[in-house]
Each structure stands twice: as C-alpha cells, then as structure tokens.
Ligand binder design. Structure first.
Ligand SMILES: Cc1cc2nc3c(=O)[nH]c(=O)nc-3n(C[C@H](O)[C@H](O)[C@H](O)COP(=O)(O)OP(=O)(O)OC[C@H]3O[C@@H](n4cnc5c(N)ncnc54)[C@H](O)[C@@H]3O)c2cc1C
Length: 404
C-alpha cells in the first residue's frame, strides 16, 4: 500500500465542515455590508470566539495535527465566506506567529492567550514590520529599540505602515532594529503589552479590498516596555548579535522566520476566494441564457471554467505540499512556501477576473459578489511578500545566485 494520501483525517473533515458552516451562515450574510462600511466586524469575531474558532486552543490544535493540512483547510473555508471578515478574524494570527516564531515558552504562554481575549472581552493582535520606506526591503527598517540597562527596559521609536489591526490591537508585536549597522541581522521582535503609553494609531488606510479588515499606521513614541518583552530573551539576542558582528551566519531573522511559516497559510486564504468565485460563476453560467441556451454551453465559457478549477487545484496542491513539508520538518529547498503563495495569489486574481467576465455587466456591479472577490484577491499578490519577492525567493533558492 502506498504511503501517499490526500485523504483528510476524520478531525480535519469535521473542522472543514464546521468552518464552512460558519462561513456560510455567519460570514457571508454580512460580507457585503462590512465591505461597504469598511469596519472591523467585532460581532462576527465574537461569534467566532463563541464557537472556539477565534481562539488559541483552535490554533494550537491545528498546529499540532499530523499532516499540516488543518490550518490551510480551515483558512480556505473561512475565506470562501469572505476575505475581509476572514482577515479581521485571522489577522491576530500574524502577531501570534511572531510570538510563536521568536518567543520563549514562557512568553508564548503569557502573551498568546492575551492576543485572543475571551468571548466576553475580544482582544486582537498585530504584527508590525512594514514601514513607509521599508516594505519588501525589510532590511531598511528605521524603527529603533534601545536598551535602558538601568531600568531593564527597551525604548521603541518609529512609524510602522500598513499594519493589520494596527493601533486597535491589544497586543502589538513590533520588529525593530537594535543594531542598524547589521541591517536585517540586527532586528529583534518585541511585545508591546495592552495599554502601553506612546503607541498610537496613525492614519487608517482606505483600501481597494479586504475592507472589513482594519489596516493603519502605528506610531511608536518613546514606548517603554519591560526587558522581558524582548521575544527570545536578551541572552539569545546578544549571542546572535555577536555572531553577526563577527561575520558568522546567524539563524533566520525575526520577521523572516514569521513569514516563512505563514506564507502557505496566507496562500490558502487566496484559494478560498478563488473557489468562491469559481463556484458562483459556474452556477451563474448554467442559469444565464443567451440565444436560447445557457452560456456554459459555449466552449469559450466552459473552457474558462475548466482553466479556473485546474488552476485552483494546482495552487491548492502547492499549498498542501508546503504545509506538509513544514509539519514534517522538511527544509524548503526550492522556496516551496513562496511558490505556493505566488501561485495562489496570482490564481485568485485571474480566477476572480474571469468570474467577472462570465457574469458580464452584472459581474462589474456591487450587486454581485464577484467584483468584491476580485478586489479582495488582489492583496494576495502584495502582502506577506509581493509576487516579485516570492519569485526572488524561489529564484535564489533554485540558482544559489545573488539575484536582485
Ligand atoms: C492591506 C495590507 C495589509 C498589510 N498588513 C501588514 C501587516 O499586518 N504587517 C506588516 O508588517 N505589513 C503589512 N502590510 C505591508 C505589506 O507586507 C507590504 O505592503 C508589502 O511587503 C510590499 O511593500 P511596499 O508596499 O513597501 O512595496 P515596495 O516594497 O515599495 O514594492 C513596490 C513594487 O516594487 C516591487 N519590488 C520591490 N523590490 C523588488 C525587487 N528586489 N525585485 C523586484 N521587484 C521588487 C514590488 O514587488 C512591488 O511591485 C500590509 C499591506 C497591505 C496593503
């Protein structure tokens, strides 16, 4: 008998069904409204918290599965419901990944539950890396963290841009430079606890898509946090900085280790949007008649749908492979995580554009969801590394060359 299987476990099949039901019954009915209002859907997050979907327990259960597929499956179903609301629910996991990727066991136990709060008191988290002049080029971060040894405190100053849940989150995970000369190797991650003075929200962005998700600048002005808020601890940081100063290679940098882990999961979100658009346009093509027959009977339309499902399935297989590799401790050798994000993001844009085409004029209006799905899909070629940056990662991995 072959060891290869794409079968879901019983647990995974149940989780898929559970998230799908939530997406269908709770998320979809309010998706249009929140897109129009451009507001965080706290009532939906509360519902997600009530059923345990918005919780550390769910995430920990998903992280502990045997084949790595629980999280991508759950993401696909939730984002099939709506990407803006999906991100409002899952944006917190970016901050959580920052803590998981860099924190000690003690820090994980202290901070991650606070990222979620409880159904009675919803809390959220943000992961703050990008800056006005440092998006793709993370090595150019200007936000500084200076250690005040006398008080055992870190002092953070800078401006972060494009931050999901920025300024409204309870827990902000901030990546800052502790040694600018070392560029990305001089970065460290910090937890800024709820209510810390000096952290405020700057402008909130008005976006093309995923408008139920809050994206804003975060201003850090003399933000003082205890020494214990340095993720991983001072000893580990000093060791890493000393190695970098001696020119020795160091472990993955703070922000990068978070992105490595999260890219295939983000890719699964894009597949959810693409699948929603594919299913909707397939159904529409059977119901819309021109010249007395359903438009799906035209090869031009049917082939477009055939290409859409083929591309979606191809993208999903790349995502599942990357998640399976990550769970089984297999090193990415050809940038497999980036490959999955690249493919899924571009497929989501193309599939949602085709969906508009299949709906014709109706597809171009806000009366139908496909134009929203198209706007939502576009972010997946931009955040968590643009498509160009994913190509760069893959190209460097396969060639071993310094490609710019
Ligand atoms: C809605 C939204 C939510 C976000 N959420 C977060 C968040 O929670 N936390 C966070 O830290 N950040 C977040 N971001 C920031 C996001 O990760 C950045 O926008 C992204 O990394 C791109 O950076 P940039 O916007 O500065 O573009 P730039 O880096 O200026 O890139 C501009 C263009 O140049 C291309 N380019 C740049 N360098 C190269 C190169 N070397 N080779 C080829 N092409 C290149 C890019 O691909 C892109 O097409 C979010 C962004 C958005 C829009």
């Amino acid at each position: 008998m072959s060891g290869f299987t794409l079968d879901l476990t019983d647990d995974q099949s149940q989780i898929k069904e559970w998230v799908h039901t939530f997406a269908q019954d709770v998320v979809r009915p309010v998706a249009h409204e929140y897109d129009e209002r451009e507001e965080m859907p706290f009532d939906v997050i509360k519902e997600a918290s009530n059923i345990g979907l918005y919780s550390w327990e769910f995430l920990a259960q998903a992280y502990a599965d045997e084949n790595g597929l629980t999280l991508p499956i759950a993401m696909e179903e939730l984002f099939w419901g709506d990407a803006g609301i999906g991100l409002a629910i899952m944006g917190t996991t970016l901050g959580v990944s920052g803590i998981m990727g860099n924190g000690t066991q003690e820090q994980i136990e202290e901070w991650i539950p606070q990222c979620f709060g409880s159904p009675e008191k919803i809390q959220t988290a943000a992961f703050c890396v990008s800056e006005p002049d440092a998006g793709s080029d993370v090595s150019s971060l200007r936000t500084k963290a200076v250690y005040d040894e006398a008080k055992d405190e870190w002092v953070l100053n800078g401006t972060k841009a494009w931050i999901t849940n920025g300024g409204i989150a309870d827990v902000h995970v901030v990546v800052a430079s502790v040694d600018p000369e070392l560029k990305a190797r001089g970065h460290a991650s910090f937890v800024v606890p709820p209510g810390t003075k000096g952290l405020s929200q700057g402008s909130k962005y008005k976006k093309h898509g995923i408008r139920a998700s809050h994206t804003a600048e975060v201003i850090l002005e003399d933000v003082r946090i205890p020494g214990s808020c340095l993720l991983g601890g001072k000893e580990k940081l000093d060791h890493r900085l000393n190695k970098a100063r001696e020119g020795k290679s160091t472990s993955t940098q703070a922000a990068m280790s978070t992105f490595e882990a999260s890219r295939p999961i983000v890719a699964a979100q894009a597949i959810g949007i693409a699948r929603a658009a594919y299913e909707f346009s397939l159904q529409y093509s059977k119901e819309r008649f021109t010249w007395g027959k359903p438009i799906v009977q035209n090869q031009a339309i049917a082939f477009m749908l055939a290409d859409m499902i083929t591309e979606i399935d191809a993208a999903r297989l790349l995502v599942w492979r990357a998640c399976w590799m990550a769970r089984n401790g297999k090193q990415f050798v050809s940038g497999e995580g980036s490959m999955s994000k690249l493919k899924a993001g571009e497929v989501a844009v193309k599939v949602t554009e085709n969906a508009i085409q299949i709906l014709g004029g109706y597809g171009y209006t806000r009366e139908y969801p496909v134009e929203r799905w198209h706007r939502d899909a576009k972010i997946y070629t931009i955040f968590e590394g643009t498509s160009e940056i994913q190509r760069l990662v893959v190209a460097r991995a396969i060639s071993g060359e310094k490609i710019h």
